[in-house]
Design a protein around this ligand. Structure first.
Ligand code: MRU
Length: 360
């Protein structure tokens, strides 16, 4: 099934003008469905930081296109100069957000491509050509991986099931149909009736603004609840399974995702509900032995005190606003990746999947 939403795309150069990126301005959803043009590295950093584009795989694709924005008009003397400049552009893009490892994975992949081509003696023009190929491949592969994860994850969904999800891990967050929402789209496409409860996802409301919007567009039944209703909804026996995405998964299977995910996982365990994580291998960080090492982004307090377009807390109040949390592997029933399902994730099983996917 093809998703209705195209989150971002590269618009090729025309009439001597350089290419640029078109993306849905996600901060305006669901009120306005408009596209934003991003034409420079600085604009891309800003778009990622502001969450105009967000969700781990989409951030990775955006970063790869950011490299093209930086390099397509770069005046370079030779291949060495091209490599140096690419490194600088990547260093700037790497500062956009700290947690989703797809950002760093994509930047490393772009640089590795340039290094490889340079080692073969490619000219600056050929090096640029290589970067274009690599960025398009990253988006194309992501779409395929979403499809594959959707097929594998759909096996856990039977007709009539009700799924709870947190944040937005759908088409808006990827280059394809999504991660956590992909099994739901696939099952829906197979004619199974799957209903979804979407957590609102405080403070930036990705569940309310994005997941509820995206599922509605796709014709999937969705019920919105505030985050503090999850426990009660589970206690009432309304939820059969939880599906979430991830921003970074450590080698031991600890899963970092949007703040609030850990609470949902604890509640799922308490109520005997399976907790599935759906994420491509590009979201795994083979360098980190456990989730304790994952850098957690802290965002401005204003997102909490001014979240609904008006002041909801006294001026000057101290705010703690971590954007992500870590769910220990023991609370995860299975991680669905494009190379297979990791049931009851342990370091051994995660490493086996990473080896199969050529990540280690
Ligand atoms: O702050 P966001 O909106 O970028 O956070 C996104 C999430 O936490 C998603 O669940 C995660 O990136 C997986 S997206 C397929």
């Amino acid at each position: 099934m093809k998703s209705h939403v195209e989150t971002l795309r590269w618009e090729g150069a025309s009439r001597g003008e350089p290419g640029f990126v078109r993306m849905i301005e996600q901060t305006l959803l669901p009120g306005q469905h408009v596209e934003l043009s991003v034409r420079s590295v600085e604009e891309m950093v800003d778009a990622i930081y502001r969450l105009a584009i967000r969700g781990a795989p989409a951030i990775g694709i955006a970063a790869a296109y950011g490299v093209l924005l930086g390099m397509q008009t770069a005046q370079v003397e030779d291949g060495d100069d091209f490599l140096g400049r690419t490194g600088e552009v990547c260093a700037t893009l790497a500062k956009a957000r700290p947690t989703a490892v797809n950002l760093f994975w994509a930047l490393e992949r772009m640089q590795e491509r340039a290094r490889r081509d340079h080692a073969r003696g490619a000219t600056p023009d050929a090096l640029l050509e290589g970067l274009f190929e690599e960025a398009f491949a990253i988006q194309r592969e992501d779409a395929k991986q979403c499809q594959r994860m959707g097929e594998l994850g759909a096996k856990f969904l039977r007709d009539g099931m009700v799924v709870l999800t947190h944040c937005n891990a759908g088409a808006l967050a990827t280059g394809g149909m999504g991660t956590a929402l992909a099994p739901i789209y696939v099952a829906h496409g197979e004619g199974k009736k799957i209903a979804v409860y979407a957590d609102e996802t405080r403070p930036l409301l990705q569940g309310a603004r994005l997941t509820a919007w995206e599922l509605t567009q796709a014709g999937v039944e969705v019920t919105l609840i505030t985050d503090n209703m999850t426990a009660s909804v589970m206690q009432q026996g309304k939820i059969d399974a939880v599906f979430v995405g991830s921003d970074r998964i450590a080698r031991n299977g600890d899963v970092c995702n949007k703040i609030g995910t850990y609470g949902v996982a604890v509640l799922a365990r308490q109520h005997g509900i399976p907790f599935y994580v759906v994420a491509p291998l590009s979201t795994f960080d083979p360098q980190l032995a456990s989730g304790a090492e994952i850098p957690i982004e802290e965002r401005p307090g204003k997102e909490v005190t001014f979240g609904f377009g008006k002041r909801t807390a006294p001026e000057g109040v101290r705010v703690y606003n971590p954007a992500f949390d870590v769910t220990p592997a023991e609370l995860v029933t299975a991680i669905v990746t494009e190379v297979g399902v990791i049931e009851g994730p342990t370091m051994e099983r995660v490493e086996e999947a990473l080896r199969r996917g050529g990540r280690i």
